[in-house]
Ligand binder design. Structure first.
Ligand code: FAD
Ligand code: E0Q
Length: 456
């Protein structure tokens, strides 16, 4: 492949990462062309089989800030202060995510976010081609075949730029790279899937449950969550095993779904009028973790976001991590003389961090569905807060490092493991914090947890 204009790049996928990366790179002077499978969401009816809204946290906000689009995005978000845990008896309790309203997360509508980013990418000079689904790539000849799914017609396009794969978990660029030279791809599917439902606005147009929270109905092996949308609705996501009882195999239709809700999510049932229809029409979405040995094909192609490291959604970090990838790749392209070394440096920096958040996202499913209602777990959370209050720059809760700070995910995972051991040891045999040995804890913490950058 000859690179005629080294300042040009082609991005596959105009989703969340593709459109944000286009803004960052266009503003850095790169000529960016994007090919997107779907139609323009600004005009077409937006078909999205996946989560309608997403939790945006500090990492994602920081990336939006770098791209100069933070204020525009934030204008359409809903603040979420914590988890509103719904017990079986219908009682609710807010578990705050942070210490105050400066430590919160934000619910953002996927379509609004994508549309805003696309608009700004175009304004920054990006050329976007819709209805172009990448099908195959001939890297040596410099040809890529795209399909227009409206008429199934192929479009062969000659390219002389490096390719960037922002085409999501089912990445076609990844498949093409893998055929050229194996990437060591391996996907581990979870034996649980998800389905999306909706709580509409109430009779007077307002939110029917507390808007400023991420609602969660933890039920042991499974759970429901709900995130607010700014128009007064909530998107409800049900996570269930694929097999067993209850599961997506045992709850086969609207009537059985209603029985499940009646038994396990009784307070939510009257709020979901389209339960029967939505249950039967929306197929369950698969969940899994994608591992690759390599993310790039020398200077010819690189993957980022879900295309490189799809993860389970239980930490609400997939988009946030994808946005952090975009900032890192833009920085590497600025700092390195060649695209090849930029891609290599990007992989070296991001791959260990992606692996860490993939692991933490898996761990958080157990915490979410099971432990948020467990007394031993709650005592550990209480101690965690007490330790943070005493030594705020050293003992930084796991959730804070991941969600409110820019601590590299790999560092957050390492510190979390140390902290979990401290919390488990200190609370073993206790039911309250009354007899904690604070002097001993101080010694352990100073020995094991150095001051963390950004913590306050
Ligand atoms: P995508 O957003 O999937 O974008 C890929 C784009 O590429 C799409 O526009 C697609 O049409 C296009 N495309 C695909 N194939 C081709 C092709 N062959 N040719 C051309 N274009 C193509 N993350 C969070 O941070 N917070 C959350 O709260 C959260 N909740 C989630 C809940 C659920 C149920 C799920 C499944 C995920 C959740 N995520 C969350 C994760 C988040 O959705 C993803 O990590 C994020 O969308 C990844 O962005 P991306 O740009 O890499 O991929
Ligand atoms: C968040 C915010 C889909 C999803 C998204 C999320 C979260 C959860 C549980 C889920 C994790 C948490 N969480 O509350 O600990 O913080 O984004 Cl299931």
């Amino acid at each position: 492949m000859t690179v005629e204009n080294p300042r040009s790049l082609t991005i596959i996928g105009a989703g969340l990462a593709g459109s944000l990366l286009a803004i960052l790179l266009s503003r850095q002077g790169w000529q960016i062309t994007i090919y997107e499978r779907r139609g323009d969401p600004r005009i077409a009816d937006y078909e999205s089989g996946r989560s309608i809204n997403l939790a945006l946290a500090e990492r994602g906000r920081n990336a939006l800030r770098q791209a100069g689009v933070e204020a525009e995005v934030m204008a359409k978000t809903v603040m979420m202060r914590g988890r509103m845990v719904h017990a079986r008896d219908g009682s609710q309790e807010l578990q705050r995510y942070g210490r105050d309203d400066s430590e919160v997360i934000w619910s953002v509508h996927r379509r609004d976010l994508n549309t805003t980013l696309l608009q700004l990418a175009e304004q920054a000079g990006t050329k976007i081609h819709f209805h172009r689904r990448l099908h195959t790539v001939d890297f040596d000849a410099g040809y890529a075949r795209f399909i227009d799914d409206r008429d199934d017609q192929p479009h062969d396009i000659h390219f002389n730029t490096p390719l960037i794969g922002a085409d999501g978990a089912g990445s076609a660029l990844r498949a093409a790279m893998n055929r050229k030279s194996p990437l060591g791809e391996h996907t581990e599917f979870l034996d649980h899937s998800y389905k999306e439902l909706e709580i509409p606005p109430g009779p007077t147009g307002g939110f029917q449950i507390e808007p400023h929270a991420l609602h969660i109905w933890p039920r042991g092996r499974y759970m429901c969550i709900a995130l607010p949308n700014d128009e007064g609705t909530f998107t409800v996501t049900v996570f269930l095993p694929n097999e067993g009882d209850p599961s997506f195999a045992s709850v086969r239709n609207g009537i059985e779904a209603e029985a499940l809700f009646q038994r396990d999510f009784a307070d939510a049932l009257p709020l979901i009028p389209d339960l029967h229809h939505d249950w039967e029409q929306h197929p369950p979405g698969l969940l899994g973790t994608l591992y690759l040995d390599r993310w790039h094909l020398r200077g010819r192609a690189v993957l980022l976001g879900d295309a490189a490291h799809a993860m389970v959604p239980f930490h609400g970090q997939g988009m946030n991590c994808a946005f952090e990838d975009c900032v890192a790749l833009a920085r590497m392209l600025q700092q390195n003389d060649s695209v090849e070394s930029a891609f290599a440096a990007f992989q070296a920096e991001r791959k260990p961090n992606a692996a860490a958040i993939q692991q933490m996202a898996l761990d958080n499913y157990i915490e979410m569905r099971d432990q948020v209602a467990d007394p031993a777990f709650l005592l550990q959370r209480e101690l965690e807060q007490a330790l943070q209050a005493r030594w705020p720059t050293r003992f930084v809760p796991h959730y804070t490092m991941v969600t409110f700070l820019h601590t590299p995910y790999a560092v957050a995972l390492e510190r979390t493991r140390i902290q979990q051991r401290i919390l488990a040891d200190a609370t073993a045999g206790h039911t309250t914090l009354e007899h904690m040995d604070w002097a001993a804890l101080e010694q352990i913490i100073h020995a094991q947890l150095p001051v963390l950058e950004g913590a306050h």
